[in-house]
Design a protein around this ligand. Structure first.
Ligand code: MV4
Length: 503
């Protein structure tokens, strides 16, 4: 096993990786931007090196600085987390060329799956169902029209180099196709440096269900079950859970086998995710593969009892999977809510500022993964996620009730959060009945719903009192009324108590 690794990330995922390393006796090296000088991941690592800048462009995305820092510190391997360089095939190759191990798949496997048309073709040859559409990238709008007429409108134009919903175009009518084809292609060219696009029939009201797979470097591949990720807003996942209420054991086995086959076909090793959409007739189709550890991996950990980061490290070090498919057991139900510093009453505008006061939930069946603490700034430089809250229950109902309970335990002063929005989903009759698809938020939520949820006067008053008390102990030298607590109190009052006395 490695003695020391570098974690090329920040925030909660860097903390997540460092925790497992601690448990395994592996020393950790953090890298950080100027904005993250005092960040939790920096404090938790055994060593930390500033790599400059405030923006990711100047820090977490600079391959040379990260590789150089890893070499200098004597790290044997680099864990990329998610985002940043995690799906950059050249980075994986460059880490290997520098004589270290990239904790993830090979650059080659990443390249194959990063090219969405190549991935589609590979899956077709493997017998994994894909959405009806073009065989390859399409050259012009005439060819696009022929394919669209064959599969039937509406169709989606997708960028070969895209993914995650970026650069998609929905086309309802043949006469709109030429123009939309051209804008999609030119947008793809400027966004990804690759103007190739392909066409799929548009699957209406799909559910998004993804399978966690894990593969070692000795040809062993297993899946760890699914995650239901249909509750999302503008391609940003809000709530994920495992298992999905939609799947029975037969469908789970079929999709799981398809996921394993997908991983085998691209020579995959390490942790990965196969995304599927499932239509109203419960037909499933491969969409794309994510060649990284994902944000929502904890729900899989909670139901399987496994530590995915530990498995990643063991596999990267050349170890064999310590179990077969038959030995994987899943127990109970897990749900994850992403708590963002965004204002759900104001079109999810990022709510930047200092976390002046922060009480976290806890107790039975509750896990919180976070990279920030009280006193930290939620800045414009990074994703405004405050925490991932994960609950486990013997049943889905228990996991939901526990999640509501845990979300209500949060006391956050300083930024607005998506907690009221998560609570709104968790008490929605359709969500509770398992009756939802990827359009749930778009169809059911407009923002006004939150005004109907109850105030939390007790909490807000107590939290505000705590902030005011603290500031009274260390008064602002210049002007007491310009203190953060006073200005936030004024801001709250100006919006009316009705809008503020709520988590
Ligand atoms: C689709 C689709 C319907 N039909 N493809 C969005 C993310 C990217 N991975 C692919 N996406 C979709 N592809 C066909 N042929 C609907 C979506 C989609 C979606 C997928 C998963 C989760 C949320 C979504 C929200 C809107 C659209």
């Amino acid at each position: 096993m490695f003695q020391k690794i570098l974690v090329a990330n920040r925030g909660e995922i860097a903390v997540r990786v460092i925790r497992t390393c601690r448990e395994m006796g592996i020393r950790t090296v953090a890298v950080y931007s100027q904005a993250d000088r005092l960040a939790l991941h920096v404090r938790m690592a055994d060593e930390a090196y500033e790599i400059g800048g405030y923006s990711p462009r100047e820090s977490y995305l600079v391959q040379e600085k990260i590789i150089e820092t890893a070499k200098r510190s004597g790290a044997e391997a680099i864990h990329p987390g998610y985002g940043f360089l995690s799906e950059n095939a050249a980075f994986a190759d460059n880490v290997a060329a520098a004589g270290m191990i990239f904790i993830g798949p090979s650059g080659e496997a990443m390249r194959q799956m990063g090219d969405k048309t190549a991935a589609r073709k590979l899956m077709q040859s493997a017998g994994v169902p894909t959405v009806p559409g073009s065989k390859d990238a399409i050259d012009d709008s005439n060819e696009a029209l022929l394919i669209a007429e064959r599969v039937g409108f509406p169709v989606l134009i997708k960028a070969s180099a895209g993914g995650g919903g970026r650069g998609m175009r929905l086309v309802h009518r043949p006469e709109d196709l030429p123009a939309l084809f051209n804008t999609a292609a030119s947008e793809a060219r400027s966004a990804f440096g690759d103007g190739r696009v392909y066409i799929e029939k548009y699957v209406e009201n799909p559910r998004h269900i993804e399978f966690q797979i894990i593969a070692d470097q000795h040809g062993n591949v297993v899946h760890l079950g699914e995650r239901e990720c249909s509750i999302q807003r503008r391609h940003q996942k809000v709530i994920e859970e495992s298992p999905s209420v939609l799947l029975d054991e037969k469908m789970r086995r079929q999709m799981g086998e398809a996921a394993v086959e997908a991983a085998r076909r691209c020579g995959y090793s390490n942790a990965g995710t196969i995304e599927f959409i499932v239509d109203r007739n419960r037909h499933f189709y491969f969409l794309e593969m994510n060649t990284r550890l994902q944000v929502e991996h904890p729900v899989t950990e909670m139901v399987t009892g496994l530590d995915l980061v530990r498995l990643q490290l063991e596999i990267a070090a050349g170890g064999k999977l310590p179990f077969t498919q038959e030995q994987i057991t899943r127990r109970g139900h897990a749900i994850e809510c992403r708590v963002y510093a965004e204002d759900p009453e104001n079109n999810f505008l990022p709510s930047i500022g200092k976390l002046k006061y922060l009480q976290r939930p806890g107790g039975n069946g509750v896990r919180e993964d976070s990279g920030v603490g009280e006193g930290d700034e939620i800045s414009i430089y990074y994703d405004p996620m405050i925490a991932k809250l994960i609950t486990w229950g013997a049943s889905r109902d228990e996991a939901i009730c526990r999640m509501r309970r845990a979300l209500n335990e949060y006391e956050i002063v300083g930024v607005r959060t998506t907690i009221p929005f998560c609570l709104w989903v968790l008490q929605h009759a359709k969500f509770c009945a398992g009756d939802f698809d990827t359009h749930f938020v778009q169809n059911e939520f407009s923002g006004v719903q939150l005004a109907a949820t109850n105030g939390r006067l007790d909490f807000t008053a107590a939290a505000l009192a705590a902030v005011l008390y603290r500031e009274s102990q260390t008064p602002h030298p210049e002007d007491e009324t310009s203190s953060p607590a006073h200005s936030s109190l004024r801001a709250w009052k100006s919006r009316g108590w009705k809008h503020t006395l709520r988590i």
